[in-house]
Design a protein around this ligand. Structure first.
Ligand SMILES: Nc1ncnc2c1ncn2[C@@H]1O[C@H](COP(=O)(O)OP(=O)(O)OP(=O)(O)O)[C@@H](O)[C@H]1O
Length: 585
């Protein structure tokens, strides 16, 4: 475990990190991959929690995705700080829900808001289909209506802006909202819109939130869509008084489908009230990797400054297709293992879930232990808590890094506290009784029984309840993860002893010694439908950049020059990004 003192003394060796650490007011840190943004944010959070925050108050650390929030929790715990009331870590959506809507909706005159729950995906899809059916004529082309509505909702358009979206689009969006609310459902975008309304329109909401959270810290700020940006700025810069500390990198913005606008981060950094710090040094990537990363970004890639020499980069054509690429990777993994590299320091990345499935099948057929969650279920607060429980059971407190008290806090924050508190004793009993070699499916069913007997399943957020069902299916005797033991399930949290297989998008924020990136075919990346230079095309290039810069020592990229689709084989050659960055001649 790194002590806080040690982490602070490391920051002291880097003048820019130290400047940002010491700055008292609003501060925005812009920096390339591996430059210590997350390290800086978590170290500062723990220092503030112990030195600058009065009892009963706290700081909110927020980020976009559940895995990113889990990474923040892990790093804060490693610094010896429990996560909970003082250092409150979560996604922006959970912040909006738990800290804005639930506590304030009633007092602001919207008692019905606290009754709403998140719509399960099928319900939301059905409501959208019905809304489009009601608003549009049967012979109208409605192919892009759904995606246009979803995108505009995320962008929090004004009524004036909605008018330019096309005929009937706004009407269908309102109908969709109405249909959901008839059943007391909302979706993530409505949650954001409700929270924006409360923090922007009600001064008492900002006053109380400032008292509760004098500091607001945001990681991966480039991933925030405009509504979330408005919540954060309203609580800090505009009218609120909380001090903002935000870190991010516009070149790593890869969630455009969620409505993100990376330029918001740069605009924020350039405000007069904000102190901007640019970090330059990449601590992660060897010099050769950092330099190749810069070439991937093209003209505007800033010069790479690295603390590590060396590193290697190579591109390889396997003309026989993805299976042959996987066979080559398997051979290299054996070589790396024989050189003493631990499996969890190796990552295999690819553009899609389907590519990853194919790679995993080959690696497993060679008896290489692989960590791959597939699209069986997604990391949600509950599924990640269950994986963390399994890690604690199989690896113990020291090796897992999880303390039982922290796990119980995490459990109690999943939903209605009183129901979950009632189940806490039974959870402890179940954890103490479980063994590492038990089938993971049985273990999860035991915890589900506890949830049910405490009456807590009904209190779960519906996205959590959905992911729990998908996890149970995957771990059931007929599911894709039927052979997982508690040790394997815990391993998904620990990354121990297994090669990590991930889609390129989900590699964000992680680091490995050796990274293989497979299936880099033109048409897969960039995606065939995106026009050169368009937002989607540029984002695909950033996705490649993010994947590439996960590596400390080596990156090997693979392609075949063709791939299969349901409509036949496409011979498009290697990804244009390989040619343009000089990786392929
Ligand atoms: N001052 C420092 N001294 C030593 N090591 C450091 C320092 N700052 C960062 N590091 C190390 O560099 C690595 C990258 O740090 P971190 O993950 O915080 O970077 P990041 O900017 O958040 O990366 P990314 O944006 O790519 O996710 C980590 O292993 C971290 O411990």
């Amino acid at each position: 475990m790194t002590s806080l003192r040690q982490a602070i003394s490391e920051l002291q060796t880097n003048p820019e990190q130290w400047e940002a650490f010491q700055h008292d007011g609003h501060c925005v840190v812009l920096a390339p991959p591996g430059s210590g943004k997350t390290k800086l944010l978590t170290t500062k959070a723990v220092w503030l929690a112990n030195n600058a925050i009065a009892p009963g108050r706290g700081l909110a650390c927020i980020t976009l995705t559940n895995p990113a929030a889990a990474e923040l929790r892990t790093r804060v715990r490693r610094l010896g700080q429990p996560v909970g009331r003082t250092v409150n870590i979560g996604t922006v959506h959970s912040f909006a829900w738990s800290n804005v809507i639930r506590p304030f909706a009633n007092a602001a005159g919207f008692p019905e808001w606290s009754r709403y729950t998140l719509a399960p995906r099928q319900e939301a899809n059905a409501a959208m289909r019905e809304a489009i059916r009601r608003v549009f004529e049967p012979n109208e082309d409605t192919r892009y209506v759904n995606s246009t509505i979803m995108r505009n909702r995320k962008l929090c358009l004004t009524e004036q802006e909605w008018k330019t979206a096309g005929p009937n689009i706004r009407e269908a969006a309102l109908e969709y909202d109405r249909l959901l609310r008839e059943k007391d459902y909302v979706d993530f975008d409505t949650v954001v819109a409700m929270a924006v309304h409360l923090v922007e329109e009600y001064p008492f909401v900002r006053t109380v939130l400032h008292a509760r959270f004098p500091y607001l810290m945001v990681d991966e700020y480039q991933d925030l869509a405009p509504g979330l940006h408005r919540i954060v700025t309203s609580l800090s810069l505009d009218e609120g008084n909380s001090t903002l500390f935000a870190v991010g990198d516009p070149d790593q913005a890869i969630y455009g489908w969620t409505g993100t606008r990376p330029e918001l981060l740069v605009e924020l950094a350039d405000l007069e009230a904000v102190h901007r710090v640019d970090l330059r040094i990449n601590y992660r990537c060897g010099a050769v990797i950092a330099e190749a990363g810069r070439r991937i970004l093209g003209a505007h890639g800033a010069e790479a400054v690295t603390m590590r020499g060396g590193g290697s980069v190579s591109a390889r054509c396997e003309p026989a297709g993805l299976t042959a690429q996987a066979a080559y990777i398997a051979g290299r993994i054996f070589e790396l293992q024989s050189e003493g590299v631990s499996l969890h320091e190796i990552a295999v990345l690819a553009p899609t879930n389907g590519d990853c499935d194919e790679l995993v099948a080959v690696l497993r057929s060679r008896d290489i232990p692989v960590s791959w969650r597939a699209d069986a279920y997604s990391p949600s607060p509950l599924t990640m808590t269950l994986e963390a429980f399994a890690a604690w059971v199989s690896h113990g407190r020291e090796d897992s890094g999880y303390r039982l008290g922290d796990l119980l806090d995490q459990w109690q924050q999943l939903g209605d506290w009183s129901a979950l508190r009632a189940g806490a004793d039974r959870v402890v009993a179940a954890l103490l009784a479980a063994a590492a070699d038990t089938r993971a499916g049985e273990f999860v069913e035991t915890i589900v029984t506890v949830l049910d007997s405490a009456g807590a399943r009904a209190e779960l957020r519906s996205d959590d309840a959905n992911e729990l069902e998908r996890m149970r299916d995957a771990l059931s005797p007929a599911g894709g993860m039927a052979d997982y033991t508690v040790r394997d399930l815990g391993g998904l949290r620990l990354r121990g002893g297994r090669v990590e297989v991930l889609t390129m998008s989900s590699s964000k924020g992680l680091e490995f010694d050796h990274v293989f990136i497979a299936a880099l075919e033109e048409g897969k990346l960039p995606f065939f439908a995106s026009v050169r230079g368009s937002a989607e095309w540029t984002e695909d290039r950033r996705k490649f950049y993010v994947s590439f810069t996960r590596a400390r020592d080596s990156v090997e990229v693979l392609y075949s020059g063709w791939y299969d689709t349901p409509r036949g084989r496409r011979h498009n050659g290697p990804s244009v990004f390989l040619r343009e960055s000089g990786l392929v001649g």
